[in-house]
Design a protein. Sequence first.
Length: 138
Amino acid sequence: MRNFLPFILLVMLASCSKTEQRQKRLQGDWTVQIVRIEDGEGFMFYDSAAVGSFSFDQGVLSGQVNYTYSYFGQYDVSDSVAFNNSNFSLSADAAYIQIARPTDTLQAKIIVLTQKQLTFEYYDYLQYRLKRFSLKKS
């Protein structure tokens, strides 16, 4: 039993710091690579030429991303997302980024978070669209 005590303590320390590890990885400047939009009817649209970046710094999110996608070749849809010094935090299980805005709080699900890549998505209730942003660290 004594031999297992250090192992158990090490496992507990590693599991308790998951939020801290994700918080550290999230910090910095991220440049957009691809934006994926899924509309209310389930159709998906991509923009691999999106422009912009986000900056996560000590609980504050700033930045803007502009993107355009073609709606079945009929017309182009231009949209953007901007965060101006919005406070953010990670959920208790570190699976979501909670972004405070003046009118509401976005719950953005973290899909991928590594040292160099970040992918997160949130549902835009006003436009009935699921918006996914894939970024790389600048």
